[in-house]
Design a binder for this molecule. Structure first.
Ligand code: ATP
Ligand code: MG
Length: 178
């Protein structure tokens, strides 16, 4: 039987650890199959993650970009217009990448936070996902995935926190958190 390939929408959400790293694991699997992967990280920017260096080994077949500056203040008047601008720029690039067909998989890391903080209209994301070329896979990560995105997604996984080292006062560890 011929392989039937189609683009899927995946969401990794919930309070437990593993949303971004599971997306990177899927991306690694895709790259190994010859797919081209772009990962755009909303809001992130102040930390240097090991994966940013690791993906340079893939020669443009796995590209990762930080599109924010970290430490976002949110909620009404607290929201810095500069952060909103960065989310808008990230979304413009994401939209173009998804619709271009240049990438087989586009990972929108932490986009669920940008939406739940009111910095990005989920209707725009739904519209773009529906209009994408049929073979393109898209993965969205972050807590509090918007119901309208959950509705159109094919595979949705909610990470449940059983325990986290942070609760014992253990700070972020190199190779585990960054
Ligand atoms: P990871 O990048 O490790 O896969 P994540 O994408 O599921 O984590 P985020 O919500 O993006 O989690 O938060 C990123 C950071 O917060 C990571 O350093 C992660 O270890 C930490 N973190 C995630 N879940 C928890 C938790 N339940 N308690 C404390 N810290 C957490
Ligand atoms: Mg994450």
């Amino acid at each position: 039987m011929a392989e039937s390939r189609q683009g899927l929408i995946l969401i990794n959400t919930g309070p437990g650890k593993g949303k971004t790293t599971a997306a990177m694991g899927t991306a690694l699997r895709a790259v190994g199959n010859g797919l081209r992967v772009l990962m755009l990280q909303f809001l992130k920017g102040s930390w240097h993650y090991g994966e940013l260096d690791a993906v340079t080994a893939f020669d443009g077949n796995f590209v990762m970009k930080q599109m924010g500056r970290g430490f976002v203040k949110v909620g009404g008047a607290e929201t810095d217009p500069e952060d909103v601008k960065m989310v808008e720029a990230a979304w413009d690039e994401a939209r173009e990448a998804i619709l271009s067909g240049e990438w087989d998989m586009v990972v929108l890391d932490e986009i669920n936070y940008a939406i739940s903080y009111g910095m990005l209209d989920p209707a725009k994301v739904v519209e773009t996902l529906k209009a994408r070329p049929p073979m393109v896979h898209v993965i969205l990560t972050g807590r509090n995935a918007h119901p309208s995105l959950v509705e159109i997604a094919d595979t949705v996984t909610e990470m449940r926190e059983v325990k986290h080292a942070y609760q014992k006062g253990i700070l972020a560890q190199r190779g585990i958190e960054y």
